[in-house]
Design a protein around this ligand. Structure first.
Ligand SMILES: Nc1ncnc2c1ncn2[C@@H]1O[C@H](COP(=O)(O)OP(=O)(O)OP(=O)(O)O)[C@@H](O)[C@H]1O
Ligand SMILES: [Mg+2]
Length: 255
């Protein structure tokens, strides 16, 4: 890695409230180009809300959001600026969010054609190539309902990649899948990481976080309370909250 890697996204003291509930309580975060950051932490600690704030599916209530070192004026953005910001980041969710009445290929080319203005023949060609990359070349004309969970998630990942994002935000993308589907998706993401895709990966799969992430951040009560390289964070936790979280995790996964 170069000595001064480009910072893609950073937040400083990011806050988000839902009514009286403070869900993000001052999140400091940085992801640099080609880096994979995993976010772990207890249920309800704010991980999904944080990802949604990064691409402004939710508006933060305070703190700073930066894109490549420039402050994003999230309180005062026009629709065109907002969609430009969102296009830089592809988001993939636990439950796929495919359009049910469109084929796999139509799902993949929808964004490029409608949003980027890519000519339909070119979008189809690129879409087929992406579907080949994610291992779905034989499902191009299938309907989402005809796919397994793992195949739906592959299609959703291809749809995000079709927009040529600079960063991928992934929220628990394997937690709705059967065990045998999980390793295939994890392999796909590991391949994307090896190709240099910058990723922020929210996961409960600590083994995968260890394998794929350059750094892991531990979320607790709306903050990243500890972060570091996987071995440090998972094997030598500094905070008692993280140690407890890892202990509880071990108790549920070790027979
Ligand atoms: N739209 C909303 N309106 C009100 N409260 C919300 C909303 N979205 C999330 N919350 C609350 O914000 C808190 C953080 O939720 P969030 O989904 O970010 O947690 P999480 O860390 O992703 O949890 P999990 O691991 O279970 O997915 C929770 O208390 C949740 O109930
Ligand atoms: Mg979540």
């Amino acid at each position: 890695m170069s000595p001064n890697p480009v910072v893609e996204i950073a937040t400083r003291g990011l806050q988000k409230n839902f009514g009286a509930l403070r869900v993000l309580d001052g999140v400091d975060f940085t992801v640099t180009q080609h880096q994979v950051q995993a976010l772990i932490g207890p249920s309800g600690s704010g991980k999904s809300t944080f990802l949604r704030c990064l691409n402004l599916l939710e508006y933060p209530d305070g703190g700073e959001l930066l894109w490549k070192g420039r402050t994003v004026p999230y309180k005062n953005m026009r629709a065109a600026e907002l969609s430009r910001h969102r296009r830089k980041m592809g988001m993939v969710f636990q439950h796929f969010h495919l359009f049910p009445h469109r084929t796999v290929l139509q799902n993949v080319i929808e964004g490029p054609v409608q949003v980027l203005g890519t000519p339909i023949r070119q979008a189809r060609e690129q879409g087929r190539e992406l579907l080949r990359q994610v291992g779905l070349e034989d499902k191009t004309d299938a309907w989402p309902a005809q796919l397994s969970g793992g195949q739906k998630q592959r299609a959703a990942i291809a749809r995000s990649l079709a927009m040529d994002p600079e960063v991928l935000l992934l929220d628990e993308v394997t937690s709705a899948l059967d065990v045998e589907m999980i390793s295939g998706i994890n392999e796909l993401l590991t391949g994307l990481a090896a190709d240099g895709m910058t990723m922020v990966v929210v996961t409960h799969d600590l083994g995968f976080a260890r394998q794929v992430a350059d750094r892991i951040g531990f979320f607790d009560e709306g903050r990243i309370v500890e972060s570091g390289p996987p071995e440090q964070l998972l094997d030598r936790p500094k905070s008692s909250r993280l140690a407890e979280f890892l202990q509880a995790f071990q108790n549920t996964t070790t027979p």
